[in-house]
Design a protein around this ligand. Structure first.
Ligand code: GRF
Length: 203
């Protein structure tokens, strides 16, 4: 399998996936390309220093047409590199329906909350401010609605009285680094089916 990683930030989830491939927790896969909409993203630099193909594809201009044009370029770059599973890893953009259609059931995302609670930005802080006693992360397939697709895997962490947004986010991030590789491995195995919204293992 060929993975395409999309990121906008420091890329710690990307690096966790890279490590999992290197040590055999994800088998039969390679990272074919890492793409960022942010040319200065730390994750791009990290990808380059690992010897991976790393591309910056920023959006040019504003508005729906610029957004469509950007996604067209993203799809083309992923297709050119033979990508068959797209992993959004801190990719801070809402992808267009055309992008979702180009990779049907082949786009994963990680979100730092227990969905459907706290979709959108600053999910860890949302959980803290809401006062939940557990928090966590979700790996899910991407559909047309933000943070909504079929859930592959979730991990929980406690919320402690002394937590700040930063300490909670760090505790969740540790789980993200385990959950994302595990979810990728499960999806690539193909031993699952989706019934309604439920991701179920095949016996
Ligand atoms: C993670 O918390 C991820 O869940 C969220 O953005 C953060 C990305 O971190 N969507 P990194 O760039 O992978 O370090």
């Amino acid at each position: 399998h060929k993975l395409g990683i999309l990121l906008s930030g420091k890329g710690s989830n990307f690096m966790a996936i890279h490590r999992a491939i290197a040590d055999g927790r994800i088998q039969g896969a390679e990272i074919a390309v890492v793409i960022s909409n942010k040319p200065g993203a730390g994750g791009l630099e990290a990808a380059r220093s690992l010897g991976l193909t790393a591309l910056a594809i920023p959006q040019e201009g504003k508005g729906p047409e610029a957004r469509e044009a950007h996604d067209t370029r993203m799809i083309a770059a992923l297709t050119d590199h033979g990508v068959d599973l797209v992993c959004l890893a801190g990719y801070m953009r809402i992808i267009t329906p055309a992008f979702v259609e180009a990779f049907p059931s082949r786009i994963l995302n990680i979100h730092p909350s227990l969905l459907p609670a706290f979709p959108g930005l600053d999910a860890q802080r949302q959980a803290l401010e809401y006062g939940t006693k557990v928090a966590g992360c979700t790996v899910h397939f991407v559909d047309e609605i933000v943070d909504h697709g079929v859930i592959v895997l979730q991990s929980t962490v406690p919320v402690l009285d002394e937590d700040t947004g930063d300490t909670l986010a760090a505790r969740i991030l540790e789980q993200e680094h385990l959950a994302y590789p595990e979810a990728i491995s499960r999806v690539l195995s193909g031993r699952y089916h989706v019934v309604g919204r439920r991701y179920l293992l095949k016996s």
